[in-house]
Design a protein around this ligand. Sequence first.
Ligand code: 13P
Ligand code: SF4
Length: 323
Amino acid sequence: MNSPVSAASLYHRVSRVMPRAEWMSHEADVEAILDLKRRRNAVILAHNYQTPDIFHGVADIVGDSLALARKAVEVDADVIVLAGVHFMAETAKLLNPSKTVLIPDMQAGCSLADSITPEDVALLRQAHPGVPIITYVNTSAAVKAASDICCTSGNARKVVESLGVPKVLMIPDEYLARNVARETNVEILAWHGHCEVHELFNVQDVRDLREAHPGVVVLAHPECPPDVVAEADFAGSTAVMSDYVGDKKPARVVLLTECSMSDNVAVQHPAVEFIRPCNLCPHMKRITLANIRTALEENRHEVTVDPAVAEGARRAVERMLAI
Ligand code: 13P
Ligand code: SF4
């Protein structure tokens, strides 16, 4: 039998972005979580915006929203802890209805998910009869159920073009919709939701960064305003940005996205200099080692999906995953 991994032996994974004293303050929680995972046959799915102690210390599966949804289908465990925000936990539950899905803090929401209701989607259908509705995964299960198909920032253009129609509605992220519209001939009608983190970046930020850090390669998340994306060198989902750094190994890079992303990617690429202006997502930051530990100890907070919407929402997610 393999002997359990000690938390102290994992420090090397985060040593580039965290002083040893800070890691030592996490060791008791890391140790307890590793033990709880074994005893409860649990896995931790962590989004790229989780802090390095979670991302590199206790997570089993990490990635962008698309990867987490895809990998959630393959999970062989009794319990899934979603270290991310509520819509991600709902998606994991939709794809694993018989498993226990826990989120360490029920208040971990998302400004995009909060920007639209199923009633809004019904009104959009009335106003645009016959136009398919593509829903970003950053939405509630009820909104997904009211739509035709989901997308993530990693596959949005593919989903739009897969439908073979001249016009689609893409909800709720206005900027994602407008950024995809620049890459396709399909007409895209947008909703007015925004990510409270990415909407803060502006064109002057990019120009100032270029001036202060000559040669810096600027990568932007497609939830940023379109003029920011246009000013950047490349745009893509969190996983696509991470792959870009791995493939191209730019000498200097800046990721226009949530703060923890640079820390997590920097760990894997010691030769790349990361410039770090960043905006914190207050929802992602509700998840901590302490509340992951409590979630596993006390089996909370269990995420359920109303059976009245689960089937429709699952259909929209599975339709996306089939592309
Ligand atoms: P990704 O799908 O690119 O990981 O984005 C999720 C998210 O919430 C970005 O703000
Ligand atoms: Fe939502 Fe933006 Fe936070 Fe992502 S970063 S979870 S889109 S508020």
